[in-house]
Design a protein around this ligand. Structure first.
Ligand SMILES: Nc1ncnc2c1ncn2[C@@H]1O[C@H](COP(=O)(O)OP(=O)(O)O)[C@@H](O)[C@H]1O
Ligand SMILES: [Mg+2]
Length: 242
């Protein structure tokens, strides 16, 4: 049975999709058969980030109808990484259909990552298997931190598990003390920290290069998070070196 993760945040543009792809690449690199599922109905984006947009004809709408997950999942250029694109139109994924899809997907893959759009979809979140770990993504910006605090509270009230990923961290900005300290962000969010991803050019250019640079700071950050998600005790890095 595979592990299931789902990205979440109320705000858009904080890096949910970038994190889903970064973690997908990291898990696939660890030899885990990994499925990314784009939940952004009407506004699909993972096919563009992964460079499979030209061959993406079928989508999650077809996958929930037919349960032919393996046939519909597109193989990405990274070995072990597969994508099911989001449907073109809204409202195609009913909660019961998502439950059945997730159950089938966890039988077929080692890791399944659902990339949700901004705006909270608690009905769909609750339709995922109980073991799903929600990855709350926030940038160090106070607006994003307040947003993820509210999300974490709501997830907890629904009995859903979540962990925090701080994205777009810049030591240069951190040093200037514009934003709260990392401890301050964790306290404000009340969600346990899973990892910190740096502001990085190779993340920003994913839609052009469809991969991260080997051994870049961002690649290493996603790998550390993937390893922690496999219960490896990887300590937090010195902020200067993230
Ligand atoms: N760590 C990062 N470093 C640099 N740019 C990033 C990083 N994370 C996200 N971005 C950029 O921020 C924008 C929004 O990211 P995206 O993953 O689409 O956010 P969301 O899915 O939360 O809406 C994109 O242009 C993306 O390239
Ligand atoms: Mg997104």
């Amino acid at each position: 049975m595979g592990e299931i993760f789902a990205t979440t945040s109320g705000k858009g543009g904080v890096g949910k999709s970038a994190t889903a792809v970064g973690l997908g690449l990291a898990f696939a690199g660890l030899n885990k058969k990994t499925l990314l599922v784009d939940m952004d109905e009407g506004l699909r984006c993972l096919d563009l980030l992964l460079g499979v947009d030209s061959k993406a004809v079928l989508d999650l709408g077809d996958a929930v109808k037919t349960e032919e997950i393996n046939d519909i999942a597109y193989e990405c250029s990274q070995k072990n990484l597969f994508l099911i694109p989001a449907p073109d139109t809204f409202g195609e994924i009913a909660p019961e259909a998502l439950t059945a899809f997730a159950k089938k997907a966890e039988e077929l893959y080692d890791v399944v990552i659902f990339d949700f759009p901004a705006g909270l979809q608690f009905e769909l979140y609750s339709a995922l298997p109980k073991k799903t770990l929600f990855l709350g993504i926030a940038t160090p910006d106070p607006v994003s931190v307040r947003d993820i605090a509210a999300v974490g509270e709501k997830l907890a009230s629904l009995g859903l598990n979540s962990r925090l990923i701080i994205n777009r961290f810049s030591f240069k900005i951190h040093k200037k003390k514009f934003y709260q300290s990392i401890d301050g962000i964790i306290d404000a969010s009340s969600i346990r920290l899973l990892g910190i991803v740096p502001e990085a050019e190779d993340v920003n250019t994913l839609s052009i290069n469809h991969k991260l640079k080997r051994n870049s700071n961002a690649s290493k950050a996603f790998l550390r998070i993937a390893e922690r998600l496999q219960y490896k005790n990887i300590p937090l890095k010195n902020l200067k070196k993230i």
